[in-house]
Design a protein around this ligand. Structure first.
Ligand SMILES: *[C@@H]1O[C@H](CO)[C@@H](O)[C@H](O)[C@H]1NC(C)=O
Length: 630
């Protein structure tokens, strides 16, 4: 119900993007074809798309289907015959109402497999017809078919006794006599038992060529693909089984879930090995840096001469204040040089280098720098930054310890309380968050973000009127701060006051534009797009235009990319969505984000392949969505 928490400044936990994305999927739950625990196919209108949505990881996901499932006892033609028979009988039954005659049992092979009346094996072998070339020369196709069934049945007996080589031989004879999907599939079952996966794939594929919707062959092949670690192929086959069988509770769905995740992880690991670390969206960098009180450049730094580390420290600090993409990159390099050249103010140089490493999601490097900085000369900001880092690393105990150390150094620093408030906020501990924001305000009432956050927190606590009053005060006192308007807009959006919200987003963007020529925060544009599209206050096209504009202004904006991905998905533009998913992957910073983006891509690709292999599924899925009350 609530929009993504308007946290203007957070730890490196991803901003509203992912929560919003999940929310998007959650909102469309009715559109989602639920297969077991995992929800993985999003159906929309006539087209379909496939979105992977992981509710919770289930480590005990059932594994793939038993490879040695009993072999099929009936051939396709036998089954067809049985069905026809059944239909005929049903009609018959309807005609002579009350008749006691039972319907032919499809499941009971004895009624079908008349040629061979359950003999013992020895008899069976000796009873098998002569299939030498001479013997077959004068035999009719019908008889060949009958012979083939006898060989298949003999093969089944051997299979049951786990004599797989013998069974394979018999099935092979059956295939030579008269090819049938069941024979191939049964032989695949033998190879499966022998763990000859490539052979399984070959035979299952042959079976599927004869009978494209043969579920047993599909799941057998899927299992073989999985064993050979050809996960995308396995996912396609498993998904086809789930959809073709129309059984949402198929245990295979858990396998699909697991394999998609695995694919995502594999791709993510590859990427993490080669990925060059880069700074995230300018809005993210600026809001993180602005969340700390500005510190003046120390005099010994600003007077440093050209060859020293302190000189680069000065350059870096000056570049940081320019708040542009280029200047942040410069600052990054400058702080590196400052440390390498051995700045006089080493603690400061290390802290700032660590700050940029943190922004680039290099948590380990950031930790090392901050540790050294604190060792050399502890200061409040270094402690607070390390606290946020510990939060990122899911270590709340050390996080708290660093806040305590910071308080020990200077209990009057508003930064401490503001950031501790942010942590409480992220953990949904709103009462504690409010206390900390208030304390930060008491120490410095000019720090706008504490005011914004306090108002938002009051809203979360249910005091809508205090929240609104808080924002009105903010607008009066900080009328040049775009964030005030943006987050006020989000609050209005949550109260369904859409046109008021749009007005605030417009104002926020206007202020941004008049203040900056580069490094513009595009969040208000995206929020506006979201209202236009999600709350149907405009057209999808308008929303898309806004997001594209945002992306031009901030090409690193993951929120713009994520929103665009959703927008094109909602229009069933799968190819475009894939482009944005790839872009999302490129922009993803943390391992979690990377894995998630990679998983979406795998899901999207699987979907495309699924439709390619089974064009008939497209219509079926559309039909299914109608069945689900769309
Ligand atoms: C940094 O210091 C923290 C807190 O003392 C410690 O837990 C951590 O292991 C240190 N990490 C590194 C990389 O030095």
């Amino acid at each position: 119900m609530a929009p993504a928490p308007p946290v203007p400044v957070i730890t490196s936990a991803p901003p509203s993007l992912w929560s919003r994305f999940s929310k998007f999927v959650a909102d469309n739950k009715t559109l989602i074809y639920t297969v077991g625990a995992a929800t993985f196919v999003v159906v929309s209108g006539a087209g379909i798309y496939y979105v992977y949505y992981k509710k919770s990881s289930s480590p005990t996901a059932p594994s793939s289907p038993p490879a040695e499932a009993a072999p099929e006892t009936k051939t396709a033609s036998e089954k067809k015959k049985a069905k026809k028979e059944k239909r005929k009988q049903k009609k018959e039954k309807e005609r002579q109402e009350g008749a006691k005659e039972s319907v032919a049992d499809e499941q009971s092979p004895s009624t079908e497999t008349k040629p061979l009346a359950q003999p013992t094996l020895e008899e069976e072998q000796s009873d098998l017809p002569d299939v030498s070339d001479e013997a077959l020369a004068s035999v009719s196709p019908e008889t060949r078919k009958e012979y083939s069934i006898q060989y298949k049945n003999a093969g089944n007996s051997e299979f049951k006794k786990k004599s797989y080589d013998k069974a394979i031989e018999l099935y092979t004879k059956a295939i030579t006599l008269s090819p049938d999907a069941v024979f191939y599939s049964n032989r695949a079952a033998c190879y499966s038992a022998q763990e000859k996966w490539a052979k399984v794939i070959e035979d299952a594929t042959a079976a599927l060529e004869l009978e494209p919707e043969y579920l047993k062959a599909l799941s057998r092949r899927g299992n073989a693909y999985e064993k050979l670690e050809q996960y995308p192929d396995a996912i396609v086959d498993y998904t086809a089984v789930c959809i073709l069988s129309g059984s949402p509770n198929d245990p295979l769905s858990a396998s699909i879930d697991r394999l998609l995740q695995k694919c995502g992880e594999i791709r993510a690991q590859e990427l993490l090995r080669t990925k060059k670390r880069a700074l995230p969206s300018i809005a993210f960098v600026t809001s993180y840096l602005d969340s700390f009180h500005e510190r003046p450049i120390p005099p010994e730094v600003s007077s440093a001469s050209e060859v020293s580390g302190n000189y680069y420290l000065k350059l870096g600090m000056e570049a940081m204040e320019k708040k542009t993409v280029e200047s942040y990159e410069e600052a990054c390099n400058d702080f590196n040089k400052a440390v390498e050249l051995g700045a006089e103010n080493m603690a400061l140089a290390l802290e700032l280098r660590g700050t940029f490493k943190f922004l680039m999601a290099d948590n380990q490097g950031a930790m090392e720098d901050l540790n050294k900085s604190i060792e050399l000369a502890p200061c409040v900001q270094a402690y607070v930054k390390r606290a946020l880092l510990f939060m990122d690393l899911s270590d709340p105990v050390k996080c708290n310890a660093d806040f305590e150390s910071a308080i020990g150094l200077d209990p009057t620093s508003p930064d401490i309380y503001y950031h501790r408030g942010q942590i409480h906020f992220l953990l949904s501990e709103f009462a504690d968050a409010a206390k900390d924001y208030q304390k930060s305000i008491d120490l410095d009432k000019k720090f706008v973000y504490s005011h914004i956050q306090l108002a938002v927190t009051q809203y979360k606590l249910g005091s809508t009127s205090s929240a609104m009053a808080g924002f009105r005060r903010c607008i009066k006192n900080f009328d040049k701060t775009p964030d005030v308007f943006n987050y006020y807009g989000e609050l209005l959006m949550d109260q369904q006051r859409y046109s008021d919200a749009i007005e605030k987003f417009d104002q926020a963007f206007e202020i941004e534009k008049t203040q900056k020529t580069s490094g513009i925060n595009v969040l208000p544009l995206i929020n506006k797009a979201f209202v236009l599209w999600h709350y149907k206050q405009g057209t999808v096209q308008e929303a898309e235009e806004l997001c594209k504009k945002a992306l031009l202004l901030d090409p690193q904006s993951d929120i713009a990319v994520g929103t665009l991905a959703q927008l094109v998905l909602s229009q069933n533009r799968m190819d475009d969505a894939l482009v944005y998913f790839e872009k999302q992957l490129e922009l993803a910073r943390t391992e979690t984000e990377i894995t998630q983006a990679a998983t979406y891509i795998e899901a999207a690709k699987t979907q495309a392949k699924l439709i390619e292999n089974y064009p008939q599924l497209k219509a079926r899925l559309a039909g299914m969505s109608q069945g689900m009350g769309m």
